[in-house]
Design a protein around this ligand. Structure first.
Ligand SMILES: Cc1cc2nc3c(=O)[nH]c(=O)nc-3n(C[C@H](O)[C@H](O)[C@H](O)COP(=O)(O)OP(=O)(O)OC[C@H]3O[C@@H](n4cnc5c(N)ncnc54)[C@H](O)[C@@H]3O)c2cc1C
Ligand SMILES: NC(=O)c1ccc[n+]([C@@H]2O[C@H](COP(=O)([O-])OP(=O)(O)OC[C@H]3O[C@@H](n4cnc5c(N)ncnc54)[C@H](OP(=O)(O)O)[C@@H]3O)[C@@H](O)[C@H]2O)c1
Length: 331
C-alpha cells in the first residue's frame, strides 16, 4: 500500500533545480521508478511518500519507505509498476457524452473524488503510448451531481484528440483532489456578478450557476458566452431556462464571432464591452461600486477585456489590493 500527499509548489520556477530533480529523483524507496517526462509542466509538486515496497511492485516484500519526491506535472512514462500507483488519481469511467459540435463535447464521468467548490478543477489523465498524459479541466457540475466536464478538442494537442473521443464505459483517470481559487469564496462582497467566458471557459460558471451560493450572495448575475459560431453556444437551453427561473436577476448574453450570429451579438466580448453593446444587451451597467467580473477561457481575451475595463475604473482583484476582476486562463 502506498500513500502520497501532494504539497503544491505554485511559485516554483527554477529550471536548473527542476532538471536535477527531474532526472535524478523520482521515488525514494525500492521498487518504484518513474522516468521519461516529456512534456511541459502545469503545476509542479513535491510529493511526500510513505508506503511499503511490494504492494506497489510485483517483487513482493514488505520494506517500508518514506521520503520526498519532486513531481512536476509532466507527461510521464507509465510502467506496469507505476500504473498501480497513479498517485492522486482515481480510475473513473465515462458515464455519458454529449456532442455539441465536432470537437466540442461534455463528458459525464463516474469517479469518487474529494468534495469541491464550484469553479475548481481537476486533472484528467489517459495512458497514451506508454505515457501518462494529464491536463486540467474545470468541473462543470454542481457538488453532489454527476461529475461533468465541458471539453474542446485542440487538434494538435497531446490529450484532447483522445479525451474527446472517449465513449461511455471508457476509462479515464481523474485527480482525486480538486484544486483552484477561481471560486466565489475569493470574490469580495458586491451586488452584481459578471461571468464572462469564451469557449469552454463556460465550465466553471455552469458549476456556480447550478449551485445555491451564487443566488444567495448576488442581487444580479450576468452570464456572457463568447463563441466562434452559433453551434458552439453549448448549454444555451439550460442557461435560458435558468434566466427564466431567475427573471430580473440573471441575464444571459451570447456573442458569436464568425458566420451568422443569429440572435446573438456579433463579434467578440472585448469589442462589445468597449462599444457598450454588451451592457445594453445584458440590461446591466458595469460600476466599480457594485460589480465584480470573473473571466475564464482564452488568455488573450482575459488580457484584452482587463485592458478595456481599466478604462472604466475596474481593475484586477488581488488579496492585498482588492479590485473587480478575477480570472482563470485556460492556456
Ligand atoms: C485551470 C484550468 C482549467 C481548464 N479547464 C478546461 C475545461 O474545462 N475545458 C477545456 O476544454 N479545457 C480546459 N483547460 C485547458 C486544458 O487544460 C488543456 O490545456 C487543453 O484541453 C489542451 O490540452 P491538449 O493536451 O490537447 O493540448 P496541449 O498539447 O496541452 O496544447 C497544444 C497547444 O494548444 C494550445 N492550447 C491549449 N489549450 C487550448 C485551448 N483550450 N484552445 C486553444 N488552444 C489551446 C496550447 O497553448 C498549446 O500550444 C483548462 C486549463 C486550466 C489551466
Ligand atoms: N470551440 C469549439 O467548438 C471547437 C471545437 C474543436 C476545435 N476548435 C478549434 O479550436 C480553436 C479555438 O477554439 P475556440 O473557438 O473554442 O476558442 P477561442 O479561441 O477561445 O474562441 C472562442 C471565442 O473567443 C473569441 N476570442 C478569441 N480571442 C479573443 C480575444 N483576444 N478577445 C476576445 N475574444 C476572443 C473568439 O473570437 P474569434 O473567432 O474572433 O477568434 C471566439 O468567439 C479554433 O481553431 C477552433 O477551430 C474549436
Amino acid at each position: 500500500m502506498v500513500t502520497t500527499r501532494p504539497l503544491t509548489l505554485r511559485s516554483y520556477t527554477s529550471s536548473a533545480m527542476e532538471n536535477v530533480f527531474w532526472q535524478a529523483v523520482h521515488v525514494m524507496g525500492n521498487g518504484i521508478r518513474t522516468s521519461g517526462y516529456t512534456d511541459q509542466p502545469a503545476a509542479p509538486q513535491i510529493w511526500a511518500f510513505r508506503g511499503a515496497r511490494g504492494a506497489a511492485s510485483s517483487a513482493g516484500g514488505g520494506t517500508n519507505f518514506q521520503g520526498l519526491c519532486f513531481r512536476p506535472a509532466y507527461t510521464r512514462s507509465v510502467s506496469a509498476t507505476v500504473r498501480g500507483v497513479m498517485n492522486g488519481f482515481e480510475q473513473g469511467r465515462v458515464a455519458a457524452r454529449r456532442d455539441w459540435a465536432p470537437g466540442l463535447i461534455t463528458l459525464t464521468v463516474d469517479a469518487a473524488i474529494e468534495p469541491f467548490n464550484p469553479g475548481q478543477f481537476v486533472n484528467l489523465g489517459l495512458e497514451l503510448g506508454g505515457q501518462f498524459v494529464r491536463r486540467s479541466y474545470s468541473i462543470a457540475s454542481a457538488p453532489g451531481a454527476p461529475l461533468e466536464f465541458y471539453l474542446k478538442e485542440v487538434p494538435a494537442g497531446a490529450l484532447t484528440p483522445q479525451l474527446t473521443r472517449l465513449e461511455p464505459g471508457a476509462s479515464v483517470w481523474v485527480e482525486r483532489k480538486p484544486q483552484g481559487f477561481f471560486t466565489l469564496a475569493y470574490v469580495p462582497p458586491c451586488r452584481e456578478l459578471w461571468l464572462v467566458a469564451t469557449g469552454t471557459g463556460l465550465g466553471p460558471f455552469l458549476a456556480m450557476l447550478r449551485s445555491a451560493e451564487i443566488w444567495q450572495r448576488f442581487e444580479r448575475v450576468s452570464v456572457v458566452h463568447g463563441a466562434r459560431s452559433v453551434a458552439h453556444l453549448s448549454y444555451a437551453e439550460e442557461l435560458a431556462a435558468l434566466g427564466a427561473k431567475h427573471t430580473g436577476r440573471l441575464s444571459y448574453t451570447q456573442l458569436v464571432s464568425a458566420g451568422s450570429p443569429g440572435s446573438a451579438l456579433p463579434g467578440r466580448v472585448t469589442t462589445a464591452f468597449a462599444d457598450g453593446s454588451l451592457e445594453a444587451r445584458a440590461g446591466l451597467t458595469l460600476d466599480p461600486e457594485r460589480s465584480h467580473l470573473l473571466l475564464c477561457g482564452n488568455p488573450d481575451m482575459i488580457l484584452e477585456v482587463t485592458a478595456v475595463l481599466a478604462l472604466r475604473g475596474l481593475r484586477k482583484h488581488r488579496i492585498r489590493t482588492p479590485g473587480h476582476i478575477t480570472s482563470e486562463k485556460y492556456w
